[in-house]
Design a protein around this ligand. Structure first.
Ligand code: FES
Length: 165
């Protein structure tokens, strides 16, 4: 079932799927339901489309401001659609001390994109993250969730070439 409709060519109106609506129904009266529901919505779309936040508010019967308050409080939740490929550079202490800041800047430079943003063609999102739990491999990046360890800024072009194929 298609759940995305373009309005006026630039505003995208995305609706919750029936599966997500059923999930909300199931969780409606349970404590902590808002976080659970937002996790589920983000897992489905890769982010939380603004229009779905309004639907969640209506279905859970909570103010829209509360929904956006939670989304903006937790860095995990995203309101913008991520790129097809997600590059996350760890800036945790172990990685940072081994030069991950330079790696992050190199991805940003080579892809011509600001940190935390997506390239104009929608192919890559570059972001900084905290410790991903692989400090022994520092400095670490993840590429679409796959951990790549002992990276140097000289490896950046090779990594991009490998994943662009
Ligand atoms: S600090 Fe980078 S993986 Fe732990």
């Amino acid at each position: 079932m298609k759940n995305s409709v373009k309005i006026n060519g630039d505003v995208e109106q995305i609706s919750l799927t029936q599966e997500l609506k059923d999930f909300i129904k199931l969780w409606k009266s349970k404590p902590g339901n808002l976080i659970m529901v937002l996790h589920q919505v983000q897992e489905h779309f890769g982010y939380i489309p603004e229009s779905t936040a309004f639907e969640v508010a209506r279905l859970l019967n909570v103010p829209v401001a509360k929904i956006f308050g939670v989304i903006t409080f937790y860095h995990f939740f995203k309101l913008t659609k991520p790129g097809r490929n997600k590059i996350a550079v760890c800036l945790g202490t172990a990685c940072y001390l081994k030069g991950s800041g330079d790696i992050l800047n190199e991805f940003s430079r080579q892809l011509n994109v600001e940190i935390g943003e997506t390239t104009a063609d929608g192919e890559f999102t570059v972001e900084a993250v905290r410790c991903v739990g692989c400090c022994g491999l520092a400095p670490v990046i993840t590429f679409n969730g796959e951990v790549v360890g002992r990276v140097s800024s000289k490896d950046v072009s090779g990594i991009l070439e490998k994943y662009m194929i």
